[in-house]
Design a protein around this ligand. Sequence first.
Ligand code: DX5
Ligand code: ZN
Length: 225
Amino acid sequence: MVSGRTIEIAPSILSADFARLGEEIAAVERGGAGILHVDVMDGHFVPNITIGLPVVKSLAAATRLPIDAHLMISEPGRYAEQFVAAGAKMVSVHVEADPHLHRTLMAIKGAGAQAGIAINPATSLGEIEEAIGFADYILIMSVNPGFGGQRFINPALQKVRRLRQMLDERRLNAKIEIDGGIDLNNIAEVVAAGAEILVAGSAIFGAADPQEATRLMREATVEWV
Ligand code: DX5
Ligand code: ZN
């Protein structure tokens, strides 16, 4: 079922100008963004280091958009609740990084945020078959986590379709988020496959006008809204 779903554009600030973050976020708010995606990397789980708790705290005070903290860190269970306390309304942890996923997801929910499971391109959906019942959303990675501006890995589309089917069959209402290489060329296809939260970094903040880029992405999904 695709009709009646709410589709949200979630700009990823990873590709924004960090010296002008407030202005960049205001622009995507005006463009119709529904969620602000914040990529937290530790240089250990992924080969890159980005930002952490103090930045999330400042952003939460500066935007009306719900902050979606995508934790690409080892031992996410040690930090997940702290991201909720810092103001994140959604927190996702990687199945590959957490042997105690149930405990971490419950801790995120208990702290008052939506709990998400993120899954890498080469990890099978079978790895999260049990856990999807405990999650508010599932983040399908369509690039290898670590960097913005990578090419969309096409088999992710089929993964979204299969996950949509798994959720529908079990009457679970977890949302499907997709992250990596999303642009105007593939956005309609990922929505048709069943994704509802569309993360885009370089396609928005790499554009000359991030407000307009956000608006165009929203417009490309309107037939589904
Ligand atoms: C990659 C991050 C993404 C990244 C997406 O590890 O999780 O959120 O910012 O960037 P684009 O849209 O440029 O692929
Ligand atoms: Zn991300």
